[in-house]
Write a protein that binds this ligand. Structure first.
Ligand code: SIN
Length: 316
């Protein structure tokens, strides 16, 4: 018996796009990981300075598959930052300290004695900012003997599985996001641990409004853009009203058929698109160490010319 909502195969995920990518960058091979999202890219050494065509192909694969993974990489923090910076300016996390000599590289560490992990709940990175990160690139330095996988959920597939009626309603709504719950005292991310220096939000986190349905600026594909960690209410609705809708969306959005699961090995890299993907770091390896490094890619700054053309579009 089938459980859960139907999953439509997106017309955007198709063989032609992967063939276009293969033509642009012949060394690069793409193998899909699951029905809704995810692909493994082979044939690339991310430590090298890659040609523009290869970077464009990786970007196209990311937009297409929403999360792309690489195996057997060997990256210094500087090489990881250089690769990430090809996709946009790198974010300096407002609460989590970066490396002393690379503030844009964040170490995600769980020591054997730590009880909580970082990222151990469904979320989309940095949706609590005015201009949220477009992607995150995580590199495995040390992995536990078992456990510590990361789950990903396609919010595009989640959106597409809703009825036309609810999709149309959601498109009229915006939601308020804030770091306050997660990074305030007692919040999951701010909990004390021996491994990471994380500041408390201290009531200063700020609130930012984003559409509930985000149209991907590169693919035009629509996706749900609310998440349990950072979305605190629907704009203009009470907390009680918001909770009813958000609880439904949060339960729907993590239906198994929208997900894929990545089992890390030392040297693995995952690059996910925060505009259409949730992720969840599993905390199922007590007593073991897990050490990752993350760079987070911000959107390019909006240029004055782009701003002018947007205004022109609105007024014509
Ligand atoms: C994160 O949320 O960035 C951490 C993901 C992970 O460690 O798997």
């Amino acid at each position: 018996m089938a459980h859960g909502p139907p999953v439509s195969q997106s017309p955007k995920v198709n063989q032609d796009v992967d063939e276009d990518i293969a033509m642009a960058a012949p060394s690069l091979k793409i193998r899909r990981l699951a029905g809704a999202l995810g692909a493994e890219i082979t044939g690339l050494d991310l430590a090298q300075e890659l040609p523009d065509a290869t970077i464009a192909a990786v970007r196209q694969a990311l937009v297409e598959h929403q999360v792309v993974v690489f195996r057997d990489q060997d990256l210094t923090p500087a090489q990881q930052a250089r690769f990430g910076a090809r996709f946009g300016p790198l974010n300096i996390h407002p609460y989590v300290a970066g490396m002393a000599d690379h503030p844009e590289v964040m170490e995600v560490i769980k020591e054997p004695q730590d009880k909580v992990n970082f990222g151990g709940g469904w979320h989309s990175d940095m949706s609590f900012l005015e201009r949220p990160a477009i992607g995150s690139i995580l590199y495995a330095v040390e992995v536990p003997a078992f456990g510590g996988d990361t789950l990903f959920a396609s919010q595009a597939a989640a959106y597409e599985a809703l009825s036309p009626g609810l999709r149309a309603t959601l498109e009229t709504l915006s939601a308020v996001h804030s770091a306050s719950r997660e990074y305030s005292a007692g919040g999951h991310s701010a909990q004390k641990r021996s491994s990471m220096a994380i500041a408390e939000a201290d009531g200063l986190a700020g609130e930012y409004v984003h559409p509930v349905v985000l149209t991907h600026p590169e693919s035009g594909r629509k996706a749900l853009y609310v998440n349990p960690a950072f979305t605190i209410r629907i704009e203009g609705w009470t907390k009680r009203e918001s909770k009813a809708l958000l609880d439904f969306l949060f339960a729907h959005a993590r239906y198994e058929a929208f997900t894929c699961r990545f089992e890390w090995r030392k040297g693995s890299v995952a690059f996910w698109d925060n505009r259409s993907v949730w992720h969840f770091a599993l905390n199922d390896y007590p007593g073991q160490r897990r050490h990752m490094r993350r760079v987070t890619v911000d959107p390019w700054p909006v240029t004055a010319a782009a701003r002018r053309s947007r205004v022109a579009e609105t007024v014509t």
